[in-house]
Design a protein around this ligand. Structure first.
Ligand code: CP
Ligand code: NVA
Length: 306
């Protein structure tokens, strides 16, 4: 079978996402009925974390266990990587011992170097640039609630970070538009949007203009992991980029609210929104489990017929 990695959202086609979502529905339903589905007995997932995580760690570990496999979790500082072992050597060694590897790290170039030395599929569990597993779960969640995302408008309010850029990568594939509003000084950079057709996104100076008539309003923390030194400055700069009730009322009446979590109530989102009736953040978090099980199955076994 051809070796495939999942390093950024554009690594898969629409047809492949449609297949993965169909599998995720099947896997989710079977799991909800307490029917075991264990095609990966004797297979191992290694997870490498260079940053904190709750959802990514639990969803990959629970998912791999549910599929019959087992998991090894490595925090880089506890390993020889933390003492300077070359990344390429680590990739060569680990990929001779396990069947699939998930990494959460800093620059995208790290995961690219790792994957080009790996014998087994490598999955991006978040880098400074991208968070593809998150947006796969987010789009799956939108489709669960609203049938299709084609032709819809997603309002992104806040930082032009890894989650934002992954939404932009997804837009041409699924045929929706992203309205992006960032504070001055945090605008999308040319390198971030290189290769993304401008028909699929638009920038707005005023977050209310971005939210107007949106089908989905979404945001993320003002300070991503790795940028903690800028926290106080960002709190000031992002003050007017909070998704609150007034902003949600500008969106379509049936608009959904999403947040990849962890959330900071009173900063990027008001409690009345994240804990309100339009919020689907808990479904969104749960669906990380189901779509990632479909992803692991696809990378290890290819297309399965059920
Ligand atoms: N959304 C997300 O990836 O959460 P964690 O940082 O907890 O993994
Ligand atoms: N943008 C956030 C997402 C966390 C899941 C970060 O990179 O910290």
């Amino acid at each position: 079978m051809e070796l495939r990695h999942y390093l950024q959202f554009r690594d898969f086609s629409l047809e492949e996402y449609e297949y993965l979502f169909a599998r995720a529905v099947w896997i989710k339903n079977k799991f909800k009925r307490y029917e075991p589905y264990q095609p990966l007995v004797d297979r191992t997932l290694a997870m490498v974390f260079e940053k904190h995580s709750t959802r990514t760690r639990v969803s990959f570990e629970a998912g791999m266990n549910q599929l019959g496999g087992s998991v090894i979790t490595l925090m880089t500082r506890d390993t020889q990587m933390g003492r300077g072992e070359p990344l390429e050597d680590v990739a060569r060694v680990i990929s001779r011992m396990v069947d699939v590897i998930m990494i959460r790290t800093f620059e995208q170039s790290i995961i690219e170097r790792f994957s080009s030395n790996s014998r087994v599929p490598v999955i991006n569990g978040l880098t400074n640039e991208y968070h593809p597993c998150q947006i796969m779960a987010d789009i799956f969640t939108y489709i669960e609630h609203r049938k299709s995302i084609r032709g819809k408008t997603v309002a992104w309010i806040g930082d032009s970070n890894n989650v934002c850029i992954t939404w932009l990568q997804a837009a041409p594939i699924f045929g929706f538009k992203v309205h992006v509003s960032t504070p001055p000084g945090y605008e999308l950079q040319p390198a971030q949007i290189a290769g993304i057709d401008t028909a699929y996104f638009e920038s707005f100076a005023n977050p209310h203009d971005a939210a107007r008539d949106a089908d989905l309003v979404t945001t993320d923390v003002w300070t991503s992991m790795g940028f903690e030194a800028e926290n106080e400055e960002r709190k000031r700069d992002f003050e007017n980029w909070q998704v609150d009730g007034d902003m949600m009322r500008l969106a379509k009446p049936d608009a959904l609210f999403m947040h990849c979590l962890p959330a900071h109530r009173g900063e990027e989102v008001a409690a009345e929104v994240i804990d309100g009736p339009q919020s689907v953040v808990w479904d969104e978090a749960e669906n990380r489990l189901h779509v990632q099980k479909a992803l692991i199955e696809f990378l290890l076994l290819g297309r399965t017929i059920v």
